[in-house]
Design a protein around this ligand. Sequence first.
Ligand SMILES: *Cc1c(COP(=O)(O)O)cnc(C)c1O
Length: 712
Amino acid sequence: MNVAELPPLFAPLPQRINRLYELAYNLWWSWQPEAQALYQTIDATLWERTGHNPVKFLREVSLASLEQKALDSNYLAQYDRVTIKFDHYMRDDQTWFARTHPELKDQTIAYFSAEFGIHESLPIYSGGLGILSGDHCKEASDIGLPFVGVGFLYPQGYFRQFINSEGTQEALYERLNFAELPALAVRNSDGSELRVSVDLPGRMVFVKVWRFQVGRITLLLMDTDVDENRPEDRELSARLYGGDQWLRVAQEIILGIAGVRVLRALNINPTVWHMNEGHSAFLGLELLRERVQRGENLEHAVSEVRKRSVFTTHTPVPAGNDAFPLDLIDQFFHNYWPQLGIDRDTFMNIALQQQSWGPTFSMTVLALRLSEYHNGVSELHGAVARQMWQFLYPGKSVDEVPIGHVTNGVHSDTWLAPAMANMYDSVLGAGWRERMDDPATWDRITTMPDEVLWGVHSGQKHDLARFIRERAWQRQRRLGYHRDDAISGDVNPNALLIGFARRFATYKRATLIFRDLDRIKRILNNAERPVQIIFAGKSHPADEPGKSFIRAVYNMARDPELRGKIFFIEEYDINVGRHLVQSVDVWLNNPRRPLEASGTSGEKAGMNGVPNLSVLDGWWREAYNGKNGWAIGREAGYDDLEQQDIDDAESLYSLLENEVIPSFYDRDANGLPHKWIATMKESIRTVAPQFSFRRMLKDYVAQYYVPGMQAE
Ligand SMILES: *Cc1c(COP(=O)(O)O)cnc(C)c1O
């Protein structure tokens, strides 16, 4: 952002390091550990206390410690390195997109999502969908895509999670102080704050817009907490996925319809519109309304809108596909369909889906109807989606249903441990980042000396043990010391550490490993071959079955025969996720196939040399090659879910007993597990290129964005 736009700090920074403030206002730092270190090394305690938020940090740090750093030559050298790198990044006009598609660089792709997971200090994400959106922004910046993100800045975000001493999840909503975020209110040319409005039943609602800079791209986030709104409407955007269906429709109208109006007000006229999940599908209606109001007939408008729209569906789980009762849609849209020149039935028919409880207005159907390009997020999910939505394409066989797939990836610089990335610099050559999606780049990983890789990984495990101990202390300070408390902090960095962290949705079956208690107790209580399991994850506050899974894991950790073997880390977020995927030995994922559309946490682990032990669902079905990890269960379809649990649990136990644990503990005279390390290397070699966001975004560009941009 332009320095002149930033709000003044209470006290100016020392001249020599005054760009720390400007750097804080570009989320580029969120994937640059060296840039974060510029703040952290000034005052590590304050850095923790401010939740790794550089804007907040600079508002609270003492001038004395800044002045000291401004005289420290080591610090200044690091500062200069980071600012030079930042300037180079921001000024580069030879990005991949500019070189590959110079004729398209002045167009814009608008990307709409209900959640964006960019950094732990911006808690406006709930899980994998949000992380994916955040990674999408970062990679779009890296490859120089002309791109703008649109979403919500929820004042209370998603909740912070605490587990009480009964194992019950408690949700704490904290109000974000927007003055402490790297955000600027968007203004009109006369200096007043921009407002756009939408109609909700019986009133108009006004929306304020916040601008975030994510490297080279802009993210525009909306907020209804403004004076012009009624008190209850100020709360519309308060929380991510809070409230009832009425609120959900209201939020989705703001996301889709006000989102389009925000772009128009800023004179941003995208040529491609990407709906990330059905939440934003009302945007298609608004694009139709604009055209009809300009005099186009509806049929023509639909075909024009479709050619430029992309829709990604993310889940086969019914609750993940919004569908609203028609009377609810009536309340919100009875003044809207006349503006499209159509009657109620025609309007409802655009998105009609018959459910067992009656007709509904389905956001997925709406998005499919109003976009030309649609995809699932892995090969298997694409096939499942074609089956699910076949009813919309009468006369077409399942294979002909026009839903393709692009398998999800992860933004490598965000998820790689800095120590691992440094090692890749030395083994692969410094230019590996430019070629990270090329499998050939990673072939040299096999030349890395085993003891070097093992040494770096062991360092990660020690860091993780420290992190978990610190979290356990924090919990004890909060709750007082309970002898019974399950959340022990004694991770053994020499043990085989199994990681399991993700949303606690029931289909992810967090408790599967406890199905045969005697067996898992035998596995975990072998004193010669210690094994520990570290869990983390949140359930949606209204998901009682999900919360009962958390309680079950907590009670396992409290079982006298499992104490100190099972850990549960509270407050799962990007920070906890990063520590785990970078540092455990093996990443466990056992969803009920085929419900894990892609999964991405295992990709983060795999590229850090943490092999996967997973069901052949989503991305892992494409990645598994027999040498880079382990496959739980079979590629079978089950009607009997109980049988599926039995088979998968049996497979999981037998893999642990016969393959994973023996391989980990098969050591040479120096204590090195060469066979295990070979699996680690094979994991890096196969996962890092293919499941990078670079590969994924280039797929979107080639399959959807460029054809959309070139639509006549
Ligand atoms: C990567 C990530 C997820 C997604 O995990 P899955 O195993 O793919 O469900 C969820 N939450 C956070 C914080 C993550 O970093």
